[in-house]
Design a binder for this molecule. Sequence first.
Ligand code: GDP
Ligand code: IMO
Ligand code: MG
Length: 429
Amino acid sequence: MANIVLIGAQWGDEGKGKIIDVLSENVGWIVRFQGGNNAGHTVEVGGEKYVLHLMPSGILRPGKKCVIGNGVVVDVMALADEIEQLEARGVEVRGRLFVSDRAHLVLPYHRRIDEARERNRSQAERIGTTKRGIGPAYADKASRTGLRVCEMLRDDFEDRVRTRVEEVNRVLRALGADSLDAGRTAAEYCAAARRLEPYIADTVVMLNEAARRGEGILFEGAQGTMLDLDHGTYPYVTSSSATVGGACVGSGVAPGMIESVIGVIKAYTTRVGEGPFPTELADGIGERIREDGNEFGATTGRPRRCGWFDAVVARQAAMVNGIRAWALTKLDVLDQQDVLKICVAYEYRGRRLEYVPADAQVLAECRPVYESMPGWRTATGGMEKYDDLPDAARAYIKRLEELTGVPVGILSLGPRRRQTVILPAAGVG
Ligand code: GDP
Ligand code: IMO
Ligand code: MG
């Protein structure tokens, strides 16, 4: 079985969880390699809806092995709760979940710093983070002041957490935030850490051995290319590498082992949080898409900003990730639109741009160059074959393929497993 990386091509929430769930049937392992519980991946199975934050979306396929890789930042209290909630719903986690001993920890003070920094920013500077402590945890990792999963196994872990909390309390006070009770915080955190001990493993060796045995690994990206720390709309990004390179760094599996890269992309665009968004619709059409697509954050419940498909963003994502095929999702959400617009390029001070500019201020000034296409005004949610789609829907898909230079390999027409059409370009079966 092949090793495949699945990457979000826009600003997150493209439907990665659903596509991972569909593809995980064909692999042995599903791996999260970056981000943390800022992610919210929704999977619908048998009429039940699951929102996964740290847990790889493959957990809902019995027998599949799931890995939280070294590149993820792990809030052990959030993970312990997530495991408990899944087990309460009858999902077996023990023996199937492995947490990298090299992963960094998100501690309670990271959340407080995240909240305080957001509060202290002006409206223009605010990032609109999920307040899960992700940025501060990755900052500690880069500063070499982070704590890692392997350290949870040391006898003096609780003392070390307590000392760290005492140190960071000075930072919290300087930010105008409440300090933490060091003793209580350390005790609570360590209680959760003990619950996770059975899951800790050297996942780097484990994954490489599985790859050598040909068991097939699916790498589950979180966030999306435009939220990537290097390739996204900095500073309005998350703090990890959500692009393809992150899969290798964040799992310890070498690039030569990766056989394919699939980009998940919505038939329109959404963004949650602040930052430039050229095709955003601040009108009734945007509201209609939000309603029809149920575009509310899976982690924070915030309404998502909605807009037309942006081929500039898609082209950039295809380039930096080497995307072989798209998994095009939520086409059904556009079923009732009369006219669809596609942004084919940007106009910036009289110049035409085909790729995303580096500076968020420049991007904020970019005006989308639109092409219009007729809508299909037909319900597509129950269609099982590509040829069943109305002509106008097929024309829309074809135009997206032309504009991005990447074929559609998977078409998603609803949240459920069976609302999925697999095309030859997917290369998966
Ligand atoms: P992720 O973060 O990329 O996994 O995406 P989210 O789970 O945050 O958001 C995607 C939402 O769209 C979820 O509620 C999915 O159940 C839903 N969804 C996924 N694919 C489709 C689709 O093709 N059509 C519709 N209508 N909903 C979909
Ligand atoms: P999934 O995996 C959409 C956004 C936040 C904010 C920025 C930084 O479900 O697609 P952070 O808390 O990471 O420091 O916030 O990134 N963001 C997401 N937006 N989907 C996500 O995850 C996101 N994870 C973070 O809204 O703009
Ligand atoms: Mg999401």
